[in-house]
Design a protein around this ligand. Sequence first.
Ligand SMILES: CC(=O)SCCNC(=O)CCNC(=O)[C@H](O)C(C)(C)COP(=O)(O)OP(=O)(O)OC[C@H]1O[C@@H](n2cnc3c(N)ncnc32)[C@H](O)[C@@H]1OP(=O)(O)O
Ligand SMILES: CC(C)C(=O)C(=O)O
Length: 516
Amino acid sequence: MASANDNRVIIFDTTLRDGEQSPGASMTLDEKLRVAHALAELKVDVIEAGFAIASNGDFQSVNEIAKQVKGPTICSLARAAKGDIERAAEALEPAENKRIHTFISTSPLHMKYKLQMEPERVLEKVIESVTLARKFTDDVEWSAEDGSRTEHDFLCRCVEAAIDAGATTINIPDTVGYTTPTEYADLMTMLFNRVPNIDKAILSVHCHNDLGMAVANSISAVNAGARQIECTINGLGERAGNAALEEIVMAINTRNDAFPFTTGIDTTKIMNASRLVSAVSGFVVQPNKAIVGANAFAHESGIHQDGFLKNSETYEIMKPETIGLNKSSLVMGKHSGRHAFREKLKELGFADLGDNAIEDAFARFKDLADKKKEVYDDDIVALVDDGMRDNEHIKFVGLTVTCGSKGPQTAELELSVDGEVRSAKTTGDGPIDATFNAIKAIYPHDWRLKLYQVHAVTEGTDAQGTVTVKLDGEDRTVVGNASDTDTVVASCMAYVTAVNKLIEKSKKTAPDAMAS
Ligand SMILES: CC(=O)SCCNC(=O)CCNC(=O)[C@H](O)C(C)(C)COP(=O)(O)OP(=O)(O)OC[C@H]1O[C@@H](n2cnc3c(N)ncnc32)[C@H](O)[C@@H]1OP(=O)(O)O
Ligand SMILES: CC(C)C(=O)C(=O)O
């Protein structure tokens, strides 16, 4: 086991206990098991699986995790109460490695108002609870709840008594996220200096984020000799949350010169764990969240994108693969420049576009970016394709539709196919369906309509309707866009654009023998 003499920091994950205490974050048994397996893959050292006395459901979760999840030590929380400790022991019974984590408040405020106990009674409870827990396992953690607001003399007495009673880990929580990095480090130093048997236990920290300092406080305590950090995925937890596991681990990993410690964490599993916890807890990760936010490895500004493309280290201090992300993303928006635009075009399969076509498309991209928050890949494909309409095999000539409640809805369509005008008159379930049927009658194909979307680009009854059509070809999906004040005409043109793209693509991929 790690001690203050070596640099290995124990990662104690409490996503399933303190994380689940976030209002609205309750998880089902199945969800908890999935998270526990993800935590084992991440190689956390300890999983606090729940608070066994809290409910039958919590008991069952701890018990199933203890049965099924191999690798990490499995832990249950318990108050300084016989029933809590016995229930925790029962739930943990099947675990290969089990820990009972018992706690009681030690600050004057908590003892007086919450527990309504004299300090001497609290001290007795510390000894009784740790002694009882040790009957079930050699691995007992004792926490001084509200430890950072506890009087030093009393804290030292409690810690010494807990270690004497058999606690192997001593946790000093900053329960209400009140401490500061320097103050918390000094508290650790004070304990190392004043508690005579402190070398017989690992000193642990558990920080809340009420002032946004949970990660800084945790690392500062490790600098002062603590060797266990209690944390959660995505910083989930009571109120403003707990210290975020991914931030702690990546701070140690990235700034090992400043924080010369190691953890057992497989960082490539971080993203997976983060996404899972977000999905099961329903707590969306904010886009600008460190490490796992959607923007943590995304660049939109032209100057940053240019620097990043020349050397990613100009704007990235970590490699996305380190946390299990495929790659960084270049987000295209109004702040993007030509370097990123060219790169995006290459990514989208337009590697052979000439300089003029790129300039032209870039100008149209900037116009679009002024109107839209983010320009998606499909938008870029559509605007490049719009500029290449010269390659059209099928051209729109004219359309008349009859619609209304008396039906049937009919479309009379004229298209020019490779220069020859063809027409068809068809019915359908509404004017759009009738029109699309007419296109199929003129140019028969099996391609499937994947998406049909209409939105107005201007206001009023004369608004331009922009239609997006996605067609699924044999090996490629294409998008066709078109705008017109007549939505049915725009729909027809968007569909025809998509058909033209699939014809172009199938020509390019056709074997020579067939082409000749
Ligand atoms: C800082 C933390 O995160 S601590 C963990 C917080 N997590 C939770 O509370 C989630 C699970 N909790 C629960 O399900 C319930 O609170 C239970 C089952 C534990 C207890 O429920 P109840 O018996 O109804 O008690 P209730 O929650 O209303 O009050 C807590 C009682 O525990 C006492 N208590 C609180 N902490 C401790 C402790 N560490 N050791 C002993 N007693 C404690 C309180 O003084 C209070 O006692 P009282 O009933 O004599 O006044
Ligand atoms: C029970 C302890 C560890 C806790 O969650 C806290 O003090 O925040």
